[in-house]
Design a protein around this ligand. Structure first.
Ligand code: WTA
Length: 635
């Protein structure tokens, strides 16, 4: 039986056992039989959890784009690789074949090389969800440049911090982008960001909105004329298995964003393998993941995973609410989508609207539906399962992270029975464990604990760009010898996992990870603010929203509170992005603190949630009286 495609539950258990007992043999076979290599590996892996050192497919030579594009040309040259569905439904959808994708990526790769980009250079990509985004990402991989895609919703200072951190030499952006009824001026944001980024020498400009934008002489260049003059074939760079493929920033609970580094071969093997199995991918399927390519979900399951399997993948520029709330379902019908992969926050938002928006569409092309990014609550699970999946499409609740590169815990459709709100079982090669507060592994079922992974897998992030020490400390010290996910989980009576949420100071708002510390830093820059503490609280649609407790300085005391709140949110929006705005702001005279000065966020979380039932022992606080004041003035 094939190792690559899991056929039934018995086969799954067999493969799972093999992956644990003989991981070298397991991954050797998958890598060998399903990918093309210039040169195979000497050793499958060399790993050390204590030191956070991971090497997979040692000394193998490969280029991921040869696997995503070139190898499909003989058999699938005319097959559609990418369907582009524009924001405006009146604008025609584009079908880009594998042949055409090869040409586009080759041209772009040639342009990058002509413009001086070399193997190992970092290229920042700040583009809307248009085909050029996919092409730019693949072109970087083609020539061995490290792509750093930044979600085109981040503000100038967030963009600047990311560009500075990995010292990009080039930015690829556009005049602007469309999102629903809005037009976003991306170039304006880049211009502002680049005032603080001396490493950037060139900005390649894609035309999307055709608005007039200022062009800086010697730095900014329109891309199209360069592409028109470039050759449409390109010899791929020969990459070592462990050469960096990309950096993608994710929020930490403290400090600046972490540039997670993924390398070539392990990431390729794992995303290819998981795409095939988690979505039950078959040759003529049309796969649609609604994430943005600016997030890991888009990297792994809009681009790399599908293309590695020669699939047709949909790139959607718009939003679920434009022109109305039936857009997702319309697009599924229009393109005969077979697998649909989205986030709980989108499901909750759509479930709030009239059922007619979805019921008008038979959605009979669908075969598998998926969820990712945050825990999916019971109600949303059923709505999605009933009204989108028609109770006949398995719903795969896929748990994973930017750091893991690919899906880790998920049902396999038509193999693993699903259970509402459960991500269910680990994929082959993944060994989850639950840990208690004393750092002991919790055995048995019907238990909860901190979710760790006790053995490496091919696509584990290799480091935080420029800060290996931080990588080690963040993920490998809380539970020595294990990878700590930052999530809590429950294991039920049959061994199914349910992810209960973050156990650190990261709040997931509408599926976007936000560290509370950087938001507090932004707020504290306001001249009237003395101190602040941000916590998450449950929100019907966003999953979580942010609640800020803010202490004012004397200069702020006399000011109008509404105006202050507006200014504070503007500051957050400017520094981090509109997504990080606070839903609620409460001005307080103090914050509950321990004697060592640490803010007791646990209490603030309970107040924000409106749960005053049990604050636990507050007698050890420096200022226990503040709890009542805050509680009584909750907004
Ligand atoms: C959360 C997204 C519950 C979790 C791929 C994780 C989930 C964080 C699920 C990573 C899920 C992701 N059920 N929680 N199915 N999927 N999460 O890095 O808290 O953007 O640690 O990667 O999202 O978010 P990230």
């Amino acid at each position: 039986m094939s190792y690559y495609k899991i056929q039934n539950l018995e086969h799954y258990f067999k493969m799972y056992k093999k992956s644990v007992r003989e991981p070298k043999k397991f991954w050797d076979k998958i890598a060998d039989e399903n990918f093309v290599w210039y040169q195979k590996w000497d050793k499958v892996f060399d790993v050390n959890m204590q030191e956070a050192q991971f090497k997979w497919f040692l000394d193998a030579k490969v280029n991921i784009t040869k696997n995503c594009i070139d190898r499909h040309l003989a058999r699938r040259g005319d097959k559609t690789a990418i369907i582009f569905e524009p924001n405006n439904p009146e604008e025609e959808a584009l079908h880009i074949s594998y042949n055409e994708l090869y040409k586009r990526v080759s041209k772009m790769a040639n342009v990058l090389r002509e413009q001086g980009v070399k193997k190992g250079d970092r290229v920042c990509i700040y583009l809307p969800m248009i085909p050029e985004l996919a092409v730019a990402v693949l072109a970087c991989a083609r020539i061995g440049a490290i792509h750093s895609v930044i979600f085109a919703g981040f503000s100038a200072s967030a963009v600047a911090a990311r560009i500075q951190d990995c010292e990009c030499s080039m930015v690829i952006t556009s005049d602007g982008g469309y999102r629903g009824e809005k037009t976003i001026n991306l170039k304006g944001i880049i211009d502002e960001a680049l005032e603080k980024c001396p490493t950037v020498e060139k900005v390649l400009m894609v035309k999307r909105t055709h608005e007039t934008v200022p062009m800086k002489d010697g730095r900014d260049i329109w891309l199209q004329p360069l592409l028109d003059n470039a050759l449409d074939n390109n010899v791929a760079e020969i990459m070592d298995a462990e050469d960096p493929l990309f950096i993608l920033y994710t929020s930490g609970s403290t400090g600046k964003p972490k540039g997670m580094l993924h390398t070539t071969a392990g990431y390729m093997v794992y995303t290819g393998y998981t795409f095939k199995n988690v979505f039950n991918y078959e040759e003529n399927d049309i796969f649609w993941c609604t994430a943005d390519i600016g997030w890991i979900t888009g990297h792994s399951y809009i681009l790399y995973g599908p293309l590695l399997n020669g699939a047709t993948t949909v790139i959607f520029e718009g939003v679920p609410s434009y022109p109305d709330f039936s857009r997702f379902w319309e697009v599924i019908e229009k393109h005969n989508v077979t697998q649909f992969y989205t986030a709980p926050t989108a499901i909750r938002a759509l479930a709030k609207e009239n059922l007619d928006y979805v019921q008008r569409f038979p959605l009979s092309s669908l075969k598998v539906i998926g969820s990712v990014g945050e825990p999916i609550n019971e109600e949303a699970w059923h709505w999605y399962n009933d009204h989108v999946g028609g109770k006949r499409c398995p719903l795969v609740d896929t748990w994973w992270q930017t750091e893991t590169g690919g899906i880790m815990i998920s049902p396999i459709p038509f193999v693993t029975p699903t259970k509402p709100t459960y991500a269910s079982l680990p994929l082959p090669g993944i060994q989850p464990v639950l840990m208690d507060e004393l750092r002991n592994e919790i055995e048995g079922n019907q238990v909860t604990g901190s979710l760790c992974i006790k053995f490496p897998w091919p696509s584990i992030a290799r480091t935080i760009w420029g800060d290996h020490q931080r990588y080690k400390e963040t993920y490998f010290t809380a539970f020595p010898g294990k990878y700590f996910t930052g999530d809590g989980a429950l294991r039920d009576e049959v061994g199914y996992y349910r992810i209960t949420g973050r156990v650190d100071d990261v709040v997931i708002v509408s599926g976007h990870n936000l560290g509370t510390a950087p938001i507090e830093d932004a707020i504290n820059e306001h001249p009237a603010v003395a101190e602040s503490a941000i916590v998450g609280f449950p929100h019907d649609i966003k999953g979580n929203a942010l609640y800020g407790f803010i202490i004012l300085k004397e200069v702020g005391e006399s000011r109008d509170r509404n105006n202050l709140a507006k200014e504070i949110n503007q500051l957050v929006s400017d520094q981090i992005g509109p997504i990080a705005k606070l839903d609620k702001i409460q001005f307080v005279s103090g914050l509950p603190k321990t004697r060592s000065g640490k803010i007791m966020r646990r209490i603030l979380r309970k107040i924000a949630e409106g749960d005053f039932s049990n604050f636990g022992d507050i007698s050890t606080l420096l200022n226990p009286e503040i709890v009542d004041e805050i509680k009584d003035n909750r907004v």
